[in-house]
Design a binder for this molecule. Structure first.
Ligand code: IPE
Ligand code: IPE
Ligand code: MG
Ligand code: MG
Ligand code: MG
Length: 328
């Protein structure tokens, strides 16, 4: 394994953003790109490209080689968000109207599709042909899993009872596999050993599960100003979040009846407040934290098994710890 010097997360993101500053797709004036430009002007946390490049750097790879795949992953992530906002009927994302609300559903469908194709364009720009096939394979398998997870998430809206295991396998598909795959692709670009690729994937998979649990938590206990999304919408849409699944699991008969009544509320704010009352009664915040800790412990177990100098793991540790306490 090569032992190139490490690059800080800030430097990595600066390089990434300098490289992909104001990209142009097709004809700038073609209206079909309106939704795409509108969405990518406001790029969010960029956690997946950052983790991809950090994994590559940590394992001795050249981050220049990771830039295009990292951008591809972010583009694909963007495409899933634009479609997710149609599916979830969301009004705000990243502090602005969703593409769906701003341009209408049809344009949002096309913008999402367009970004999916743009993702492949950037994968094809990847300079190393020796691993492109392997990266494409992971990318496709991941994309398929996400669609499966999104479909299950949607079906859960109409089911009253979801077990914790069912919930966990749904979020593994819709969210955690992309974080895991991002890190694995970074490792592949670094030509890491099969064992190290495996452990970085498992690290990402467990961090990714905790990431979605935190996303569920932020929907209720976060601030709209920081998350850029409208608070309480998972409750309004009958989403089976970790908080909801845990509340149903812990509720006594009386509390179950209360949850049932809350769900029948037609006034959104009343519905949110009634469910929130139950979450407080059942200490759902404490249980959520416990679950996140469980997956963080599993993740760090795999990070420890990656066979490199421990100091090389410091940046990834720092960034993933920031994800644990994130407010957006
Ligand atoms: C939101 O992802 C969708 C989930 C998988 C929870 P992020 O929280 O990474 O969103 P952005 O890209 O920073 O806006
Ligand atoms: C999103 O889950 C997962 C994907 C986009 C694949 P959510 O629906 O919970 O994400 P947010 O809260 O809208 O960002
Ligand atoms: Mg969703
Ligand atoms: Mg959503
Ligand atoms: Mg959410």
């Amino acid at each position: 394994m090569k032992t190139t010097s490490l690059v800080s997360p800030t430097e990595i993101l600066r390089k990434y953003n300098d490289t992909f500053d104001q990209p142009t797709f097709g004809d700038q004036y073609d209206k079909v790109y309106d939704g795409v430009y509108y969405f990518i002007r406001n790029e969010g946390k960029q956690i997946r490209p950052l983790l991809l490049m950090l994994a590559c750097d940590m394992l001795g790879g050249d981050i220049d080689k990771a830039l295009n795949p990292a951008y591809a992953i972010q583009m694909f992530h963007n495409s899933t968000l634009v479609h997710d906002d149609i599916i979830d009927k969301s009004e705000y994302r990243r502090g602005q109207l969703t593409v769906n609300k701003k341009f209408g559903r049809n344009t949002a469908i096309m913008a999402g599709d367009m970004m999916f194709i743009i993702a492949y364009e950037y994968l094809l720009n990847h300079s190393d042909n020796s691993n492109l096939h392997q990266i494409l394979k992971i990318f496709n398998q991941t994309a398929v899993k996400i669609m499966e997870g999104q479909q299950i998430d949607l079906e859960f809206e109409n089911r009253d009872h979801i077990s914790e295991d069912e919930y966990l396998s749904m979020i593994e598909c819709k969210t955690s596999v992309l974080i895991a795959a991002s890190m694995e692709i970074g490792a592949i670009i670094a030509e890491a050993s099969e064992q190290n690729c495996h452990h970085i994937y498992e690290f990402g998979r467990n961090i990714g599960i905790a990431f979605q649990i935190k996303d569920d938590w932020l929907d209720v206990f976060g601030s709209a100003e920081l998350t850029g999304k409208k608070i309480g919408q998972d409750i309004v849409r009958n989403k089976k979040t970790y908080l909801f699944v845990k509340a149903l699991q812990l509720a006594n008969e009386e509390q179950k009846i209360k949850i049932d009544h809350a769900l029948k509320q037609t006034d959104d704010n009343k519905k949110i407040n009634k469910v929130l009352e139950l979450y407080h009664e059942l200490n759902i915040q404490g249980h959520t934290k416990e679950k996140m800790n469980y997956f963080y412990d599993k993740a760090f177990h795999h990070l420890a098994l990656i066979d490199i100098d421990p100091y090389r793991k410091e940046s990834i540790t720092e960034i993933t710890n920031q994800l644990y306490t994130r407010k957006k």
